[in-house]
Design a protein around this ligand. Sequence first.
Ligand code: ADP
Ligand code: MG
Length: 693
Amino acid sequence: MTQTIEIPIEGMDCADCALHVQKELASVPYVLSAEVLLGAEKAIIEVEHLPADLTLIRRAVERAGYRVPEARQEAITRLGTEFTDRVMRLFGMVFGAVLLIVVVGEWLGVSERLTESIPWYLGLGVVLTGGYPIFLDVFKAALRRKVTAHTLMTLGVLAAMAVGEWVTAAVVVFFMRVGDYAESFTAERARRALKELASLAPQTARVLRGGEEVTVPVEEVRVGETVIVRPGEKIPVDGEVLEGHATVDQATITGESMPVDVGPGARVFAATIPQLGSLRVRAIRIGRESTFGRVVQMVEEAEAHRAEIQSVADKFAAWYLPVVAAIAALTFFFSRDPLATTAVLVVACACSFALATPIAMMAAIGAGARRGLLIKGGKYLETLARADTLLIDKTGTLTLGKPRISEQWTVSRAQTDDELLRFAASAERYSEHPLAEAVRAAARERNLSLAEPEDFEALPGLGVRARVDGHIVEVGNRRALASGMSLPQADALEAQGKTLIFVRVDGELTGFLAAEDTLRPEIPAALERLRALGMRHIELLTGDNPRTTAALAARLGVDYRAEMLPEDKIAVVKRYQAEGRTVVMVGDGVNDAPALAQADVGIAMGAAGTDVALEAAHIALMREDWNLVPQVFAIARRTMKVVKFNLGFTAVYNVVGLTLAASGILPPILAAAAQSLPDLGILANSARLLRQE
Ligand code: ADP
Ligand code: MG
């Protein structure tokens, strides 16, 4: 049923801007109409259903260049939810009672006797008072030349009234409204997982201001301020630990209940909870900008990335209405039975076709979010379920991403080992690459103090370049810095599966470091499960050299391509896609974000830390655990099964209902009751997705 919401809008100051906002709002999928009031600074929006939140609407306002004040918007959403929850419970009870009375009454023939004894004006009065919101909707839709499911049912009501079946008409109206509530109840329930997630957001923060501790709403914390977190309290912001040690439960973000130890210098995330120990944290990101805030936002926006099967179902639902009308016409033509015709008009439940997919998707996405799986839309679950090709980035994705420098080799006599390492680590100072961290760690171990690099430049897939103490220092792989040189020591180390990091100072090769990275222990089993689930082709794509890669690929029994630049990875993805394969790419977002975006489904590992990964991927795994990959694949498969069952169930239900109605076996009263049931069936079936291990 349509609902009206009001939202405040700040900053509009001309009639044109109001029109502009109005246009943007009208482009939101579920908005039926929008009216922007310049003077009152608000918009009155008519929506198809109450959205779980106002993200899409807020975005539309922002696109037009204005703002919806945060606090008031949340208040409106919350009010809506509590109210519907209470109404739903009441309606559940009334529904059950009326259904019982109707069935028993019909069976005993009470309703016919009632109809005979009720004067027409009383019947008409009941029908009109009970049904006016629906009739109004139908009328408004008709003005927009739209036929809705209610249009047919309204025709049914008219038909029943025409033959003087007042009780039938009243009961049909009652169940139309019950059906509406069943529908919004179903949608509401499916959104619950998401709402529960959103409700985990921190509300207040203790901030250190002027040497004093003050408690403020989270939105009022400023970047750079110091917040104090006591054990058991939620960390209010993303930030860096300044003081204190604690074990932090990061389950809200990673889905992993095993707490992690943090101390000075560590990064912590909003909405996670330190146990045993207080922390002082420097705020880096706040509210919607924090990792948690963005996860919630992305899950909220998932509704916009609809599965293809949903558009098909939507189209079918639209096309289904004329078919039902035709069946009703035929029924009347052949049987001349107005009651059978009425039954046909009211038994069809077109809405269930439209609901079948999003309900399942929302359940799966909401449940995933709580487990550290951020799925950005039903579309990706749908695609993942039929994927056959898996491409995997190596460094940081397949390996632990915590390489250690195990050997060092210096060419030049003029440079000591420490000098070489100091140059390399200084150049790598601001690189996000796991190998850069290894170099920095090695320098830390030897207590080298780093220089501040100038003109830092990252060369994706190759290495970095920067000016250190006036020298041009280049750090990177063989392809970039030592191609064609004969280096037997290097060959030997590579054959052992080590990754070499070459260092060039002012254009001259001065040495190299060998990094050793460990394969994530859970990988062989995870790949096995993926194969068992039907992933036919698995291949490593890496910027590392062929010798290092071959050793690893052989161990895992997968194909590989080495010395791939980021653009080569994209090309490989495209080539497979051109062959008609559905490609999943798993990466860590370092140097492979474009390939993740190009893949049919890009999955980022350990996205809690890296921004690019969180943005570029279609599915982000919030903790570094390869078991999540087969898990999300299995979820996708299961979700599509539920969706197909939902659609199949609705189809069969409708066919049976229409047949019984057209043949006069199903009286209109029961047909009206039957119409509201499939929604609940869909809900029950989709709820299975919430309970998966
Ligand atoms: P992968 O595809 O295995 O994830 P990348 O594309 O991230 O690898 O990098 C490819 C290769 O480029 C690495 O194996 C490394 O040799 C080199 N490289 C890239 N960035 C750096 C860096 N910051 N420091 C040293 N080497 C780097
Ligand atoms: Mg990588």
